[in-house]
Design a protein around this ligand. Structure first.
Ligand code: KG4
Ligand code: ZN
Length: 356
């Protein structure tokens, strides 16, 4: 049975590679969004459907993994059907299937991986497991039709803060990473300390708009050195928490907007200085931004200004491709298939899957 599937998938891969208008269905379920998308060729997004679990997790102040998995199971069929319908196609028009296989929550990932494997097997279609971070990077290809590797990329999400040299569509070199909290994680934790609802990043950004970014100098020694590509965000987070506790003990009231703005500035400064420096130091003429934190306008603005100053092209995903979605997984999957990568039915969810 599985030999029959392998032969059909190999044949399907060859057909996919030879048809520049082939349709690919992608599925993403690594965290708290159930998403599906249909892509034509390399970069034409025919549909995107996303079911967000934010209201489900909000009352707990963060993602509850077991609830996330159950919600993915309940919604995945509907989300996939909606992506097909809104692309005005049926499953019989699809030539390949891509699915996020890591990193992420194991139970959540397993829902998408199992569903994708079932579909691929039933239809004899080629299947590719995609690294979620490769997906975030590929969001830039969907936004800039002319963008090609090599380029430098800053990936800032809830779980990662990486400076990555994108050598080719599927070849990456990790140059720097956070030594503790990821940028998005720090946003979420500080937002929580400020009493903002989950997910904290966008809420903190809103509050920061009314505050003074120079009110509190939240520094971190590691972040101060631009030659050092690693980041550290937990010290900044602790400084905010200590400031709040001290004020509370003394009965003082602080303006939370100033704290939010100063924290956001400290994080954005570190991400900006180090990534633009890395681009220049490695002779890259382009720096791309990726991951959920790429939706932050202060970060986009800081990177754009510094890139302009240093003569580097700056790319960042269209807002609809910033946070988790399946179009980015489809695009990364496409380039993997074009390079001959194929996953068998043994494909599994890998919660800590490394990109490189
Ligand atoms: O990429 P993503 O959607 O999921 C992961 O792969 O982790 O990123 C989610 C992270 C969360 O930490 C969220 O608070 C943060 O991205 N985020 C933001 C903004 N939008 C999302 N952080 C700061 N400002 C935003 N506007
Ligand atoms: Zn993500």
């Amino acid at each position: 049975m599985s030999e029959m599937y392998s032969a059909s998938a190999a044949k399907g891969l060859a057909a996919y590679q030879h048809n520049k208008d082939a349709l690919l269905l992608a599925i993403e379920s690594s965290c708290d969004e159930t998403a599906a998308s249909v892509l034509r060729g390399d970069r034409e997004v025919l549909s995107m459907s996303v079911y967000t679990q934010i209201p489900l997790h909000r009352k707990f102040g963060g993602v509850v993994p077991e609830l996330a998995s159950r919600s993915h199971v309940e919604k995945i069929g509907e989300v996939v059907n909606y992506a097909l319908e809104s692309a005005k196609v049926t499953i019989d028009d699809i030539s390949a299937i891509a699915v996020t296989c890591g990193p992420g929550l194991v139970g959540a990932l397993l829902v998408g991986v199992s569903y994708a494997k079932g579909l691929a097997f039933a239809k004899g279609l080629p299947l590719i497991g995609v690294n979620h971070l490769a997906g975030h990077i590929a969001a830039n290809y969907l936004t800039y039709p002319d963008l090609k590797p090599p380029f430098m990329c800053l990936v800032a999400s809830g779980g990662h803060s990486h400076i990555i040299k994108v050598e080719d569509y599927h070849k990456f070199t990790l140059l720097g990473r956070t030594r503790d909290d990821a940028a998005g994680e720090a946003f979420d934790k500080v937002a929580r300390a400020l009493g903002l609802p989950y997910p904290g990043g966008p809420e903190l950004e809103k509050l920061a708009r009314e505050g003074d970014p120079n009110k509190y100098p939240f520094h971190s020694a590691l972040n101060q050195s631009i030659e050092e590509s690693d980041f550290s965000f937990s010290g900044i987070k602790t400084a905010v928490v200590n400031l709040l506790h001290n004020a509370e003990q003394k009965g003082e009231s602080l303006d939370p907007a100033d704290i939010a703005a100063s924290f956001q500035r400290a994080v954005c400064d570190a991400l900006t200085m180090k990534s633009v420096h890395a681009a220049k130091a490695h002779g890259m003429d382009t720096l791309a931004l990726a991951g959920g934190v790429s939706a932050n306008k202060a970060l986009r603005g800081a990177l754009e200004a510094e890139c302009r100053r240093q003569g580097v092209r700056f790319c960042c995903p269209d807002f609809r491709f910033c946070t988790d979605n399946a179009a980015m997984i489809a695009c990364a999957g496409h380039y993997g298939l074009m390079a001959g990568q194929l996953s068998g039915l043994e494909l599994n969810a890998v919660p800590n899957l490394a990109l490189c």
